[in-house]
Design a protein around this ligand. Structure first.
Ligand code: DON
Length: 564
């Protein structure tokens, strides 16, 4: 039965949020009916309100997704794409939804190279040519169509109202908008959209997005049609024509999200469900956890040099496979042997227990032998066992930096996630090969890893993160901290993250995250260790044996939880 939200209540909610009357700015809290952990207090509160009105986790996720497109214009979006891994409580079925961007029909393998075959700087990362055909609106609609119980219009209207009335710019957002003022101002549409006063907003200023509100009201009333064949489609095509992009009316009209079978594997006593290609998330997470599974961790502590070493060696092997073997399954035959136990046993033999491996000596394996038949993240779940992990992205902050004139939103720069030239690192330092070359209509390989974990039939974890190539290792660390080191939620969130991705051959760790002794031990083992700023935005919900929904949001992302 579809329950209507009365419009007065929507307005009251928006006002409540605007005057700061909600008490949802919490990093962790437990709930009994429904919980949301996201990178925005406002968006989490929107989800909580949907629960209060009787909606389920899917209704809340749709409303949160659109709210993030308003209050996090740097990442939340309708001009980008994403992935979801979901579980329907009633049937226990787990499904994966791919609403990744596609390469426009006119895209070609060497479109970012000059006549000498060199990469043309910034072409795949900035401006109209860097954008893939957006998938978010179709994706959220597909999720709602299959599992939602409340009217679509009501769920999208909450975000439209938020854009219409505006939202208060947070401290970190003001800093980011200030940092990006010069590059974003190169695009007049973007300058008008994000800097209406002609200067970066101060923290506490209100940012009103009237054009975005207009677009969202249309999507609320007409559904995805408005975006893919209606008024918004016309605006996107006009933007492409004006700025030299490739997306056509036909590209938009033909865009379809795809339901896929999730990657499923066990780790310890847990059942893990991850995103299949065109995301590498599920398979690489699976490889890392399965490579590590047989090793006894009881003599380690979390973040000890021994644990970091083993984890990074597993990451080195898994990311080497990522670079070689993964791409859009409609275009490239992803080897199913990548998670085969015999293949992983063979790979595990290459895992050096004491001293650092050398990436130059490590190559992708040959899983073909083992073939058998077979960037903002948010987590939502409810007491009926519905679980929703969704990661959406524009790629870099503010995506292509190009806003669609009159439509109020930014387009993604996802084309850079293709291997634009073999061996050329993308924005996240990842290299790729034939499997992920640019082809017309193809989806670019991703690292996004929305993940669900079950204990037997019981919902246990809903998680995922932002962070480009570092998403997969962040999710893996959270699962290991939970399963092996039995750390409490807040501790899992506050432990410093570390990362290895085969190339470059370096362990990255968050600034201040390692003691000098640990760092020295890793160096003694032969690792190069490099500090970097804090990263990721891992928002997670743990469901305890009594069914209590305990949510934790990542403070690195100014995240907040809310629920009911
Ligand atoms: O799909 C991917 O793997 C990247 N486009 C994700 C980018 C990302 O996570 C940005 N977050 N900080």
């Amino acid at each position: 039965m579809r329950k209507a939200i009365n419009p007065g209540a929507v307005l009251a909610l928006v006002l409540l949020i605007l005057i700061g009357g909600c008490d949802s700015v919490k990093v962790t809290r437990c709930f009994t009916t429904g919980a949301v952990a996201s990178g925005s207090a406002v968006a989490s509160e929107v989800g909580s309100e949907v629960f209060r009105r009787g909606g389920n986790a899917f209704d809340a996720a749709v409303a949160v997704g659109f709210a993030l497109a308003v209050v996090k214009p740097q990442a939340g979006n309708i001009g980008g794409g994403g992935f979801a891994v979901v579980r329907e409580g009633q049937t226990g079925q787990v499904a994966a939804l791919d609403f990744r961007e596609t390469a426009p029909k006119a895209a070609a393998r060497d479109m970012y190279l000059n006549d000498s075959g060199e990469v043309i700087e910034n072409l795949s990362t900035v401006g109209a040519l860097s954008a893939g055909v957006p998938g978010t609106v179709a994706g959220l609609h597909a999720l709602w169509e299959k599992y939602g119980t409340m009217p679509w219009e009501d769920l999208v209207t909450i975000a439209a109202e938020l854009a219409d009335t505006g939202f208060v710019v947070a401290v970190s957002q003001a800093e980011m908008l200030s940092d990006y003022y010069v590059p974003l101002s190169e695009f007049p549409e973007t300058k008008t959209l994000l800097y209406p006063a002609g200067r970066p907003p101060q923290a506490g200023d209100r940012l009103v997005l009237k054009d975005l509100a207009g677009t969202l009201f249309l999507i609320a009333a007409e559904g995805p049609r408005a975006f893919y064949t209606g008024h918004t489609a016309d605006q996107i095509v006009a933007c492409m024509e004006k700025n030299g992009g490739l997306i056509t009316a036909e590209d938009l009209e033909e865009y379809l999200p795809v339901w896929r079978r999730p990657v499923h594997f066990s780790f310890d006593s847990l059942d893990v469900y991850g995103m299949p290609p065109p995301s590498s998330g599920g398979i690489i997470l699976g490889q890392m956890l399965k490579l590590l599974e047989p090793y006894d961790h009881s003599s380690f502590t979390s973040r000890s040099p021994e644990q970091i070493h083993m984890f990074c060696e597993a990451a080195r092997l898994a990311y080497a496979d990522r670079a070689e073997h993964l791409g859009d399954p409609e275009f490239y035959d992803n080897p199913s042997g990548l998670l085969d136990s015999t293949y992983l046993a063979e790979r595990r033999r290459k895992l050096p227990l004491e001293t650092a491996g050398v990436s130059a000596d490590v190559r992708a394996g040959n899983p073909l032998k083992y073939e058998s038949d077979q960037t903002t993240h948010f987590s939502v779940c409810d007491t009926d066992g519905n679980m929703v992990a969704i990661t959406v992205t524009l790629n870099a902050n503010f995506g292509s930096r190009l806003a669609v004139d009159g439509a109020g939103f930014l387009l993604n720069s996802e084309m850079d996630d293709f291997a634009i030239k073999p061996g050329h690192p993308n924005l996240w330092g990842l290299v790729g090969s034939e499997a992920n070359k640019i082809e017309s209509g193809k989806r670019m390989l991703s690292s996004m890893s929305p993940t669900l974990v079950l204990k037997g039939d019981r919902p246990f974890l809903v998680l995922g993160s932002r962070g480009g190539s570092k998403i997969i290792t962040a999710v893996a660390q959270a699962i290991i901290d939970c399963s092996r080191f039995k750390l409490p939620l807040l501790e899992i969130m506050s432990r410093p993250r570390f990362h290895h991705q085969w190339l470059p051959d370096v362990i990255f760790f968050e600034k201040g995250g390692l003691t000098e002794a640990t760092r020295q031990k890793l160096i003694d083992k032969g690792h190069e260790v490099r500090e970097r700023s804090a990263y990721g935005g891992l928002h997670m919900i743990m469901i305890d044996a009594s069914g209590l929904l305990c949510a934790v949001a990542d403070p690195r992302d100014e995240g907040a939880v809310a629920g009911y």
